[in-house]
Ligand binder design. Structure first.
Ligand code: C5P
Length: 289
């Protein structure tokens, strides 16, 4: 993240959000699902700039620019308008978004971008990082925006608004793989069958990869089965990831269709990335933040 002199321009990143496990533990009367999840962030990201301007605007570039919904209801422009209304600042902000992460993919996407915009606005408008209006606007924009606003490993509860600091997992090599088929979050929740899973937080504050994989062995993603029914490529990606040398664990993130593998080494993750990109899939190797 950087700021030019005078607080006029901000540039920063919107890291991919990854659910290491995701249990659906209940359902609210309004239809939203209660979740228990361990959320981490990877150094694979979109990039944004914000600058003061006469009117709000959004210019999108990058490999996934074509998949970003344009217009006023885009989540990043909604983030500007809502925080401007909540704080009394003029909403004249020009945003550029380099869209490097796949869209509707279970790794934050629009939520991560909206959260990055809130962080940037806080700098430009000189709001404290813990200003409650940031959290309120984030929660109103979507269930994943508050955790992306914090951008740190977190235990997530409720419908996404209950956050507690998670274990330190920084540096663990990860490979994200997306089969190129968008998945609608409401459709995946709707396709889910069966009952609820238990809450499954663990106490370790700093597990290494071996211990983490043992802990995650019986904690999966309850949305992987319905997502795989809607998009069979999810199941293919998970099998291909599991077959890569050095892959210690493979899971789907969020409501899919992006899956991830945790790897023994950065080199193993990079080697698997080039193999899986050969299937025509998006594959990006990095490390947990
Ligand atoms: O809040 P967000 O727009 O990200 O959620 C999209 C949809 O996903 C919701 O309208 C709801 O159908 C479903 N959802 C859910 N339970 C959650 C989060 C999302 O049922 N905790």
């Amino acid at each position: 993240m950087s700021m030019a002199q005078g607080g006029e321009v901000w540039s920063g990143t919107a890291p991919a959000k990854v659910n290491l496990y995701l249990h659906v533990v209940g359902k609210r009367d309004d239809g939203y699902h209660l979740l228990d999840s361990l959320v981490v962030f990877a150094d694979v990201s979109d990039a944004l700039t914000l600058a003061r301007a006469d009117a709000p605007s959004l210019a999108v570039s990058g490999p996934f620019a074509g998949a970003v919904p344009a217009g006023d209801d885009n989540l990043v422009l909604r983030a500007v308008r809502r925080l401007a209304a909540a704080t009394g600042h003029p909403d004249g902000i020009a945003i550029t978004l380099d869209k490097r992460l796949p869209v509707a993919a279970g790794i934050g996407g629009g939520s991560a971008d909206a959260a990055a915009v809130l962080r940037g606005l806080a700098r430009i408008w000189d709001l404290a990082a813990d200003d409650p209006r940031l959290r309120e606007v984030a929660a109103g924009l979507g269930a994943d925006v508050p955790v992306c606003l914090d951008g740190r490993t977190a235990w997530l509860g409720g419908v996404g608004e209950r956050l507690d600091p998670g274990p330190d997992l920084a540096g663990i090599p990860i490979l994200l793989v997306n089969p190129g088929v968008p998945l609608s979050t409401p459709a995946v929740f709707k396709a889910r069958q069966g009952g609820f899973s238990p809450e499954a937080r663990f106490a370790e504050a700093r597990p290494g990869l071996d211990r983490l994989c043992r802990l995650l062995a019986d904690r999966g993603n309850d949305l992987a089965e319905p997502a795989g029914r809607l998009v069979p490529a999810v199941t293919e990606v998970l099998a291909a990831l599991a077959a890569q040398p050095g892959c210690r664990l493979s899971r789907m993130s969020g409501s899919g269709a992006t899956c991830f593998g945790l790897f023994d080494s950065p080199a193993a993750a990079r080697a698997a990335a080039s193999v899986l990109a050969g299937h025509g899939w998006w594959a990006a190797a990095g490390a947990l933040l």
